[in-house]
Design a protein around this ligand. Structure first.
Ligand code: ADP
Ligand code: MG
Length: 435
């Protein structure tokens, strides 16, 4: 008989929202994790990673599909799985040790056992000597360690990490990652498997046995890669870099025909494409960098290193650059297009004009400019735009999309925004595109 999977997700789909605003956050995701495995889950923000963790821990009942834990259908909260979040809400009025004891108490541990066990757990995560400290006296890295100690107190079989290292500075993240791997492989904790959500591709390659890659709109699995590199893994190892390259190639997609890329306008049939959250300044930095590269072309993973960008940010920059036609992307390489080259070499005024020209091609901008063109005095309240976008996107996303559209549109001098009245106006009526 073969050992059952520790956890298995079968055809999980998750819809959110009600009636006419329903959208598919996760579409038909299936995967399994064996005992003893560390699996990383990568994907752009909004692709449903946190949703899947909530599904696994039973905090979320999927719209469709089934979760099996050790071959048994999961019902209610999963007592064997726990999530470590990006930041931990510690009780500020309790000491470090008391913060851990709270979790032990919640598990029903007798009072006299809690103290010694808490001390033991804190020792494991490298916090011995800090038992009596208060959270405010600790660095971010140390607070996150208390969070880990609290998660370990539950003695989960499956530890889920939701971007657990991403709020830490580079050095603390590195240390804590190392300590967790060490602790896990030492067998001192009863954790069977780890599922780690991250947007840091290097982190995934450093730690995981397998990497699952998701894409968004709708959130779905697009790739599944085993990591066969020996441990401890070295960032400079050519095999490491080759895998990094391959993952970027998968995540950054390929340049597609424009009508597919652009999506439709709000209110039209079909999904409206989300504007990636990037600044024009950061985009310009990328174009300038590529403009200096041989053949205006670079390996994506090298850009991450050269520009010291985190991979999530770099992916958003590339998505935007590709969407606007400034670069093309294929097999892990990014190449500046002739338009991108022109932009990189242009004056500030000319850059604004080029950027304006590209924005007008985006359905979301055409819609925005047309609305303003039709409005009295070409003026609309910011809330009007945001509320209209809430019909397309989730509420938080609508706010973010409004902010991005305003920032890009102001740079391009297509629109003006008065922060004291929250009024958006057309910079010049001539900027309304012909219908
Ligand atoms: P990720 O963790 O990959 O960033 P999430 O799982 O948090 O993605 O979210 C996936 C999508 O579902 C996003 O569009 C998000 O706005 C939406 N979403 C997440 N939770 C809810 C919820 N409780 N209600 C409505 N929409 C949600
Ligand atoms: Mg998330």
């Amino acid at each position: 008989m073969t050992e059952p999977y520790l956890i298995e997700l079968k055809h999980i789909s998750q819809m959110y929202g009600r009636a006419d605003r329903r959208f598919t956050a996760v579409h038909d995701v299936s995967f399994a994790i064996n005992s003893g495995e560390l699996v990383a889950l990568l994907g752009p923000s909004g692709c449903g990673k946190s949703t899947l963790l909530r599904t696994i821990t039973g905090l979320n009942v999927p719209t469709e599909g089934e979760v099996l834990y050790r071959d048994q259908p999961l019902k209610g909260v999963n007592p064997h799985a726990t999530i470590v979040f990006q930041t931990f809400a510690l009780f500020p009025w309790l000491t470090v040790q008391q913060n851990v004891e709270v979790a032990l108490k919640a598990r029903g541990m007798a009072e006299r056992e809690r103290g010694p066990r808490a001390v033991e757990l804190l020792d494991m995560v490298g916090l011995d000597g800090f038992e009596r400290a208060y959270p405010r006296e600790l660095s971010g890295g140390m607070r996150q360690k208390v969070g880990f100690a609290r998660a370990l107190a539950v003695e989960p079989e499956l530890l889920c990490l939701d971007e657990a290292f991403s709020a830490l500075d580079v050095l603390s993240a590195e240390t804590l990652r190392g300590e967790l791997l060490e602790l896990w492989s030492s067998g001192k904790i009863p954790i069977q498997s780890i599922l780690m959500v991250t947007h840091n591709i290097e982190e995934a390659i450093l730690m995981a046995d397998r990497i699952l890659i998701m894409d968004k709109q709708p959130g779905r699995l697009v790739a599944h890669l085993p990591v066969l590199l020996p441990r401890p893994r070295q960032r400079k190892d050519p095999a490491f870099l080759a895998l990094l390259d391959q993952i970027y190639a998968t995540m950054a997609g390929q340049t597609q025909p424009e009508h597919i890329e652009l999506g439709s306008a709000p209110g039209e049939a079909g999904p409206t494409r989300l504007l990636p959250d990037v600044t024009v300044n950061a985009l310009a930095g990328l174009f300038e960098h590529l403009n200096d590269a041989p053949d205006n072309k670079a390996d994506i993973y090298r850009i991450e290193q050269d520009l010291k960008l985190d991979s999530d940010h770099l992916l958003r920059l590339m998505e935007t650059a590709e969407l606007l036609g400034f670069v093309t992307i294929a097999s892990g390489d990014i190449t500046l297009s002739p338009l991108g080259e022109t932009f990189a070499e242009a004056s500030i005024l000319a850059r604004k004009e080029i950027f304006a020209g590209r924005l007008k091609r985006l359905p979301l901008f055409r819609w925005l400019l047309a609305l303003l063109g039709a409005a009295e005095e070409h003026r609309l309240d910011r809330d009007v735009i945001r509320t209209a976008l809430e019909l397309e996107f989730a509420p938080g996303e609508a706010e973010q999309q409004t902010a991005i559209a305003l920032a890009w549109g102001r740079y391009a001098e297509l629109i003006a925004y008065d922060t004291s009245t929250d009024a958006i106006t057309l910079e010049s009526p001539a900027s309304v595109p012909a219908a």
